[in-house]
Design a protein around this ligand. Structure first.
Ligand SMILES: Cc1ncc(COP(=O)(O)O)c(C=O)c1O
Length: 350
């Protein structure tokens, strides 16, 4: 079952659908398409696609790391990172609700023989240093070898502060672990924390950055880290079938997004805050919001009725018949679509 299914187009008739299910639904705008068409291309498996190389170098420089690697997706990027950091029988300590543990089909175990050790994620999206320390295994042949801590920022839209990341990283370093950051939405985190992505990257060894979420490209993620780690990850990417050829066409979209779309993420955050405030004003239920995401549990189990009413207005949201509904703001929501979402929500509660 695909939990994300529901609409395959961003337009119905003449009216743009207001698709609030995820920031992954963003489509390239005309300027991004032009950049893609104009991209200088080569064969990246031969190492001669200049646009891919430029993207990898740009993000390595921007994050203060030695090297970068362009991959097909965030899942592939996290997987290649874990496989590059760890060998068979070694262990990754990770938040139980983090994407790496909860939504990546345990690829690192299936394909790489790694153990994934889940620990509780705190309310603020961070990991408790004591919980990390408690899961680091002693040097004992009965146990896997703890090798890596995998963090996530943002987590469910929550930006995890540098201080909060720092205490978890210190616990990992004390135990001799390397640290990976799933920064699928690190640009959102940096915008919300008022820092640079380089500040999030500085204390960790590797970072996975998604280009196809709030940044709005059709596909692709970039893994950054030390050169030897990226060389290993490149080999894993090839084994996983992720060696792409004229992928400069996608890298051009990412370069365009870094320049034009990263600076406007705060607009998504502001709109999410406004929409969350409206839901609270309407006494619509339990509402939490951070960066571009709202999690919202309608009162009286009105989930299906609300989703159906919004769908009548071509407004799409994600969630089951009970529990939290997720609403995500992104650059694919133009002013008209946003106003329609507001009107539809008001009409339901009015
Ligand atoms: C936090 C986080 N990490 C990783 C991923 C995986 O990205 P992809 O869908 O490109 O595999 C996602 C996807 O939504 C995500 O939210």
């Amino acid at each position: 079952m695909n939990h994300y299914a529901g609409a395959t187009t961003s337009r119905r008739g003449n009216a743009p659908v207001c698709d609030l299910r995820s920031d992954t639904v963003t489509q390239p705008d005309d300027a991004m398409r032009e950049a893609m068409v104009a991209a200088e291309l080569g064969d990246d498996v031969f190492g001669d696609d200049p646009t891919v190389t430029r993207l990898e170098e740009t993000l390595a420089e921007r994050t203060g790391k030695e090297a970068g690697l362009f991959l097909t997706s965030g899942t592939q990027s996290n997987l290649c990172a874990m496989l590059a950091h760890c060998g068979r029988g070694e262990e990754v300590i990770v938040g139980r609700d983090y994407h790496v543990f909860a939504y990546e089909a345990h690829g690192a175990s299936v394909l790489g023989g790694l153990a994934l050790c889940p620990i509780a994620v705190a309310d603020d999206g961070g990991l408790d240093p004591a919980a990390i320390a408690a899961e680091v295994k002693p040097n004992d042949s009965h146990k896997p070898v703890s090798r890596l801590l995998s963090l996530e920022n943002t987590h469910n839209g929550k930006p995890v502060s540098l201080v909060r990341m720092g205490v978890a990283i210190s616990a990992a370093r004390k135990a001799g672990l390397s640290v990976h950051l799933d920064g699928a939405r690190a640009f959102n985190a940096a915008a919300a924390l008022g820092c640079e992505v380089a500040d999030l990257a500085a204390p960790v060894d590797s970072v996975s950055l998604c280009m196809s979420k709030g940044l709005g490209t059709p596909a692709g993620s970039v893994l950054v880290g030390p050169r030897d780690l990226i060389t290993k990850a490149r080999r894993w990417r090839k084994m996983l079938g992720g060696g792409m050829r004229q992928s400069g066409v996608l890298a051009a979209a990412a370069l365009h997004a870094l320049e034009h779309n990263a600076p406007r993420l705060v607009k998504d955050h502001d709109r999410a805050a406004d929409l969350a405030a409206l839901l609270r004003d309407l006494n619509a239920g339990d509402v939490t919001q951070a960066t571009n995401m709202i999690f919202f549990t309608p009162a009286n189990g009105e989930n299906d009725a609300l989703r159906a009413r919004l769908a009548e207005h071509d407004v799409l949201i994600l969630g089951g018949s009970s529990g939290p509904i997720r609403i995500v703001l992104h650059r694919g929501v133009d002013d008209l679509a946003y106003d329609r979402a507001i009107a539809a929500i008001r009409s339901f509660y009015g």
